[in-house]
Design a protein around this ligand. Sequence first.
Ligand SMILES: [Zn+2]
Length: 79
Amino acid sequence: MKFFYLSTNDNDQGFFEIHERECPHLPPLLQRDYIGLFNSAKEALKKAINFNPNASLCSICSQKLVKKRDSSANQIIEN
Ligand SMILES: [Zn+2]
């Protein structure tokens, strides 16, 4: 499970991006709303869209989430 946040500032396309807590693009504390704990970015989107119909997934961290993290740095999991 991961913590997800919804940006309170829209991006260039007018969407409000959903980020996981470790995303390098996570907005500062005052520019994001906590959504909750979810297994995937898609589940976070389902919830966020209820209170913001313009919510969308961040292209950076939503991609990263589909890859499994491995403690071994030598093993890279290909998509
Ligand atoms: Zn992100």
